[in-house]
Structure formats: C-alpha cells, structure tokens
Write a protein that binds this ligand. Structure first.
Ligand code: SAM
Length: 231
C-alpha cells in the first residue's frame, strides 16, 4: 500500500512512521509513504495557498489552484490513486471503512487547514470524504494519521499476530471484553478467578457476559445491533 499525504505540514506527519509497527511495515516494504505539499504547486509569487472566503465569513480558505495542480500531478503519476479528503463535513470513519479501503493500492489523504478547503477541490477530486468524529481539529493531519493507522492494521503482514484483528472491538457489534496481563494478583487486585481455572468454555461465556455489560454501558446502540444479529 502506498500512502500519499497532501499537506501543508508534512513534518507533523513524518514522526509517526519513525517507530513501532508502521515503521517495521515500511522496512518490510509493505507500506510506502510519500508527501505532497500544495505550497510547492502555488503559482502565487509568495507561494500563498489561502485567501479570504468569497461571500464573507471568518477566516481563510485554501485556494483551489495549488490543490488542483498538486492533485493533477498525483493522478498523472498513478491514475488508480484513491483520494480521500479529511473533513468534519462527512460521515464518521468506522472499522468497516478501514477494512474496505485497506484493499486499495494507493490512498492519498488531503488535509485541510484554516477554515477548510475550497469546495470545488473536493467536488472535483474526492473519491471519498471522512470525518474522524464530531469535533473540530486545527487541521486534517491528525485525522489522516488516524485513518491511515486504522487502515494499515488490516493490510496483510502489518501486524505481527493477525489473529488479534478477529477478536477486537467492532469486528462484531460488541466491544471487546477486558484484558488482563500478569501477575495474576497485583497490589491486591486479582484478575477474575474464572480466567485462572483453565475451563475455556466458561472463560468464553464470562468474556461474552463482560463484553455485553461493557457494550450496554458505553455503546447501547451496538448492543441492540448485536441482539438483532443473534436472533
Ligand atoms: N470550518 C470547518 C467546519 O466548520 O467544518 C472546519 C475546518 S478545520 C479548522 C480545518 C481542517 O481540519 C479541515 O479542513 C479538515 O481537513 C480538518 N478537520 C477538522 N476536524 C476534522 C474532523 N473531525 N475529521 C476530519 N478532519 C477534520
């Protein structure tokens, strides 16, 4: 998978790939990362990339020209690139989206800054738009890293143990049961005794009950989905 980050601030993104799982995936040749800075495409003599909003309104908006030229050059390099705009004005990104787009060969994440991107750019180039939640960030860089990270876990070879994908929250509507590590008793706090008895069917039942309890408390709408699916 190749990821191209279209951003005015590539430095904000680069550090994330310098350690841990995604660094190893790059070293193994599973992931490739590239950056395009729209400022490099600005024809303005001061390399300006934003201007006041037409029709009024607070703040600056990213101009179409640098982004049109940057994205044309990207598409000329790879006509199959899947272009995703990060924006709060979109449906929220979920685990099924991560699994679906993990099958692409090349994803470009376009990050807005200021009050956002001239809508004509999104209309012309977006294959897809994602929000990462109902709040406003200062820019799309963190949002694109969130999506990139979640997608990457679903690409073969990225995770050391792919089995962990199957039991995670959102693979079924239920949230994952609580996990415990060693020692069995720490500072007087014990793991649930059933986990220690080695009866796997009883452990499975307990984990399901704990999953349901957590889901009921934190995400009742997910529990309803689970109950509908299991009838
Ligand atoms: N004026 C915009 C609005 O009210 O919808 C917000 C612009 S925000 C300050 C600047 C950029 O941050 C956006 O263009 C987008 O790329 C990114 N951004 C902010 N919040 C986001 C979110 N929840 N999900 C994805 N991207 C987000």
């Amino acid at each position: 998978m190749k990821y191209t980050f279209v951003t005015l601030f590539p430095n904000l993104i680069e550090g994330y790939f310098k350690d841990s799982i995604l660094k190893r995936a790059i070293e193994k040749g599973i992931l490739e990362i590239d950056y395009i800075n729209p400022r490099d495409y600005s024809t303005n003599k001061h390399h300006k990339v934003d201007d006041t909003a037409v029709g009024g309104g607070a703040g600056m908006v990213m101009n179409p020209q640098p982004l049109f030229d940057a994205l044309e050059s990207l598409k000329a390099q790879d006509e199959n690139v899947h272009i995703v705009f990060m924006t709060p004005v979109a449906k929220p990104f979920v685990q099924n989206d991560a699994k679906r787009v993990a099958k692409k060969s090349h994803i470009a994440f376009v990050s807005g800054r200021y009050e956002g991107i001239d809508e004509r750019v999104i209309e012309k180039y977006a294959d897809e738009v994602f929000s990462i939640g109902d709040y406003i960030l200062t820019g799309g860089e963190l949002a694109s890293l969130v999506v990139c990270d979640a997608v990457s876990r679903n690409i073969d070879g990225v995770l050391g143990n792919a089995d962990s994908l199957e039991i995670e929250s959102f693979e079924t509507p239920l949230l994952e049961a609580p996990s415990f590590s060693k020692p069995q008793i720490y500072e007087g706090l014990s793991v649930p005794s059933e986990y220690l008895k080695g009866n796997h069917s009883k452990i499975r039942s307990l984990k399901l009950a704990l999953s349901e309890a957590k889901t009921k408390f934190f995400r009742p709408e997910q529990l309803k989905k689970h109950q509908t699916q299991s009838h």
